[in-house]
Structures are given as C-alpha cells and as structure tokens.
Design a protein around this ligand. Structure first.
Ligand code: GTP
Ligand code: MG
Length: 236
C-alpha cells in the first residue's frame, strides 16, 4: 500500500515537472516566435536578391556568348553570431536593434569572372527601382590591409507579405574568382586557428603578398578579355 502511495507521489511530481517544463517550453517558444518570423523575412529577402541575380544570369546566357556570373552563394547569419556581434558592438539585444544595427544578417555572395563584371553586376542590381543602396564599400579600389578585396553593397529590398510590404537589409558581396579564392583560403587558414604571436606578422605579410599576386592575375585577365573583345569587335 505504502509503495503505491509513494509511486503515486512520484508520478504527481513527475507530472508537476512535466507541466512546469511545458510552461517553460511555451514561454520559450513564445519568445522564439518573433525571432523565427524575422529569420523567415530575411530568408525571403535572400530569395529576392538571389532571384534578381538568377534573372540576370539567364539574360546574359541568352544574349551574350558568356555568363559573367560563376556562382551565387547565400547565408543567413546564425542567431549565435548575431548575438556575439551585438555583444562586441555593445548593442543592447532587442529585435529592433538587431534589425537596425546588424547589416549582414542576410548575405548574398556573387562570384564572377572578371573585375569589370563586378561593377557591371553591381550597376545592374542598383538600377532596379525596388532596390535602395544604403552603403557601398569598394574593397577592390581600396583593399583592406589584410589583402581582402570585394565590392560590398548593403541594400534594402522589399518583401511582399500577406498584408504588408517590408523593407529588408541584405549584404551583397560581389567578387571575382581570384578574390574569392583568397578570401576562402585566408578564412580557412585563420578561422579558429591560434596563430603564434611571433609568426602573426610574417603570416599576415605572406597572405597580403598572395592577395597582391591574385590581384595582378585579375588585372592581366581583365586586360586579355578587353583585348580579345576589342579584336572580336573589329572582326564583326
Ligand atoms: P562588421 O560591422 O563586422 O560588418 O564590420 P565591417 O562592416 O567593418 O566589415 P565589412 O562589412 O567591411 O566586412 C565584413 C565581411 O567581409 C566579413 O563578414 C567577411 O565576409 C568579409 N571580410 C572582410 N574582411 C575580410 C578579411 O580580411 N578576410 C576575409 N576572408 N573576409 C573578410
Ligand atoms: Mg559590415
């Protein structure tokens, strides 16, 4: 008899715990809902920008003998990275602050063949009447000290929901294959690797030198392309 009572008490405690957990889960999920919704908005914005580049890619494939777009890659910044970035910048964590202050939650990277294509694609995007340019950083004309080169655009694009139109921010990075090669390799070499202090300078110098070499390859390839398209133009 006693055993049964103890069992029942245990059961009811389990039930209490279960209900308490349910309440906690409910509270968490109510807090997560707006975050999930915001993530969905950013995913839509990524789709909008991706589609714009895909449309351009279709058109280039049809109209010209070459397509300047090699690949399009997209990513949604993880909640963890967003919180870390807000912490680093001393921004109080609210959804409003996140949307206002963090520009790269939605990211689209376009890899193209030649340096001129980078600027041509940026112009094609920016001349579309639903796109607003918020910020432009030309790390090709003015490379970072690390050697990093790319064209960065922070744009605003509307997404159309059931009953509302919402302007969303997207960071667009446009770069050549050579610029992408450097950025990817440098990221792999540096990311989460603790480089010994006494080697930091020589490694940075070597990486900057590699960036320089790749930049001159880009310049030479661009010159070749210009030369070839001019000679073709003369033949026609
Ligand atoms: P945030 O406020 O953190 O965005 O800093 P920022 O605005 O000064 O940085 P910026 O927008 O100029 O560049 C951020 C992004 O560019 C990064 O997330 C990387 O994707 C890329 N990037 C910038 N510098 C480097 C670099 O030295 N190496 C690599 N591999 N990528 C870089
Ligand atoms: Mg930035």
């Amino acid at each position: 008899m006693e055993d049964k009572i103890t069992e029942r008490m245990k059961d009811s405690r389990l039930m209490d715990n279960f209900l308490a957990n349910e309440k906690i889960l409910d509270r968490i999920s109510r807090h997560l809902e707006p975050i999930e919704q915001m993530n969905a908005y950013y995913r839509c914005a990524i789709m909008e920008i991706e589609t714009k580049f895909k449309v351009l890619s279709e058109q280039f494939s049809l109209k010209y003998d070459r397509n300047p777009i090699e690949t399009i890659k997209s990513r949604l910044k993880s909640q963890d990275s967003i919180l870390k970035k807000m912490g680093r910048k001393g921004i109080p964590v609210t959804l409003e602050n996140m949307e206002r202050e963090i520009d790269d939650i939605a990211g689209v990277r376009v890899i193209c063949s030649f340096v001129e294509d980078v600027y041509m694609l940026a112009d094609c995007l920016l001349q579309q009447d639903d796109i607003t340019l918020l910020e432009k950083k030309d790390y090709i004309r003015y490379p970072k000290d690390s050697g990093y080169r790319s064209l960065h655009l922070i744009v605003q694009v509307p997404i159309f929901l059931q009953n509302e139109k919402r302007q969303m921010k997207v960071e667009v990075q446009i770069r050549t294959l050579a610029m992408d090669l450097w950025a990817s390799q440098e990221h792999k070499l540096r990311y989460k690797k603790s480089i010994p202090e006494d080697e930091e300078e020589s490694i940075s110098n070597e990486l900057a030198e590699c960036a320089q070499i790749l930049s001159s390859v880009d310049t030479r390839m661009q010159a070749l392309r210009t030369k070839l398209s001019e000679s073709r133009f003369q033949e026609d």
